[in-house]
Ligand binder design. Structure first.
Ligand SMILES: Cc1cc2nc3c(=O)[nH]c(=O)nc-3n(C[C@H](O)[C@H](O)[C@H](O)COP(=O)(O)OP(=O)(O)OC[C@H]3O[C@@H](n4cnc5c(N)ncnc54)[C@H](O)[C@@H]3O)c2cc1C
Length: 398
């Protein structure tokens, strides 16, 4: 597999891990080695969820000193400042991502909205945080979104609650518009995605008149998303606003397939990884081809897709730091991509998740599961860390 082209070299581990001290490098290496063991991860994830919920002494400290430190910026916004500043020393931007999940009372949903607004204000006061990402499922009850999508009649109370969801989303986007911050609206499970799509379209139409403030996320593992990207673009052009598109492959493949099987409908997900990859790269090509009229972000840890976007930018002689052409990875992962893109002058950011330990446990378990040997990410991260570890060792012994 290629890890370099004439524009960028992802095999350069010295650049990738320059910001890590030897001690930090050893710690990451140890952590990724431990995560290789799928059974251990399953047991530890279960224990961590349980122990953190029941406030078992030391669990929080242990989670915080290990996996939390690797994948999360901090417990609060000010707590995340040092991670953000460290990234910025390497010219890497941050996307603030409040990681709380699974809240459902109106009070909690309002509180989450306020927290996203605080993220926007925090971003506005920082030179290296241009974007805040939001999850509509953190602002709404999932059952309500599901009912809206299924076009079932809503009770007056549900109607009022759904209006409040739309108000929350609008409040965050309006604040972002006023503060010149951008919003990424994350994509979620297909059975709640339609109302999210409609809200994202409405927000783009309202706030993307002169520049792109709101970005919708498209999961290219879905068979219908490439045509949807083309439709969105046409629609934006016809209605006089600019499209913002964040491209991802999609995080819920197993869940999607299981549900499709359970309810007996055709899975919306591509049958093979190759088809997902092909649609993702077609999406990149479309976005780069139309960069003057729209903005995009390749949110991926896939080296080939990142090399492809870098190559398209290079071959078309476009400015590497054009504000409409972006890359993004998750904090704690794929530093070889992020740091090398930044060192070569591209616009690249990390999603910096923040939240209390107990709030981000679901996010952490997804990162742990994705980094087990069976999921394939492990080899990627571990072997790069090991290469750098050996490089430093040999360098010292010269
Ligand atoms: C900055 C950032 C933001 C993100 N935001 C979101 C978001 O808003 N919503 C969301 O859903 N996800 C999001 N993700 C996660 C993303 O969707 C992927 O799950 C993750 O990044 C892995 O895909 P990849 O492109 O990095 O790399 P790869 O490792 O190349 O791709 C793995 C992905 O390919 C797809 N795939 C794997 N096997 C198959 C198969 N047999 N058939 C079809 N497809 C297959 C799946 O989508 C899988 O996750 C985000 C990721 C990043 C880096």
């Amino acid at each position: 597999m290629n890890n370099r082209n004439e524009f960028v070299d992802f095999s350069d581990t010295e650049t990738a891990f320059a910001s890590k001290s030897d001690k930090e490098l050893r710690k990451s290496l140890w952590l990724f080695r431990v995560m290789n063991n799928g059974t251990l991860v399953d047991v530890a994830t279960w224990l961590a969820r349980w122990a953190v919920r029941w406030h078992i002494p030391f669990t929080k400290t242990m989670v915080k000193a290990t996996i939390f430190d690797q994948f999360v910026g901090g417990e609060t916004l000010p707590d995340s400042q040092s991670a953000i500043e460290k990234l910025w020393k390497s010219r890497i931007l941050s996307v603030l991502d409040y990681g709380a999940e699974g809240k459902s009372t109106e009070k909690d949903l309002d509180a989450a909205c306020e927290q996203f607004v605080r993220s926007v204000l925090f971003a506005a006061a920082s030179e290296s945080v241009p974007v805040v990402s939001i999850k509509v499922s953190a602002l709404a009850q999932n059952e309500l979104l599901e009912k809206v999508q299924a076009e079932k009649a809503l009770t007056p109370d549900e109607n009022a609650r759904f209006n409040r969801v739309k108000e929350r989303v609008n409040r965050i986007c309006r604040e972002a518009f006023q503060q010149s911050i951008k919003i990424f609206i994350d994509a979620e499970e297909s059975w709640i995605q339609e109302p999210i799509d409609r809200m994202a379209e409405e927000m783009m139409e309202r706030y993307n008149k002169d520049s792109v403030v709101v970005y919708q996320t498209l999961q290219m593992y879905r068979k219908d998303r490439y045509p949807y990207l083309l439709n969105l673009f046409e629609e934006a052009r016809n209605r006089g606003y600019m499209l913002g598109a964040k491209l991802v492959r999609g995080a819920y493949m197993e869940k999607e397939r299981e549900r499709a099987e359970e309810f007996g409908y055709a899975s919306p997900i591509h049958d093979t990884k190759a088809e997902t990859d092909a649609d993702f790269d077609k999406g990149i090509l479309f976005c780069v081809d139309h960069f003057e009229e729209m903005a995009s972000c390749a949110a991926t840890h896939n080296m080939q897709s990142c090399l492809y976007q870098a190559e398209l930018i290079g071959k078309r002689n476009l400015p590497r730091n054009h504000p409409h052409l972006n890359f993004c990875q998750l904090y704690g992962m794929s530093d070889h991509i992020t740091f090398n893109l930044a060192a070569n002058g591209y616009n690249v950011a990390k999603y910096v998740v923040y939240g209390k330990v107990e709030e981000v446990v679901p996010y952490l378990s997804r990162r742990a599961e994705e980094n087990t040997a069976t999921k394939g990410e492990f080899g990627r991260e571990y072997s790069l860390l090991l290469t750098e570890f050996n490089r430093r060792k040999n360098h010292l012994s010269v």
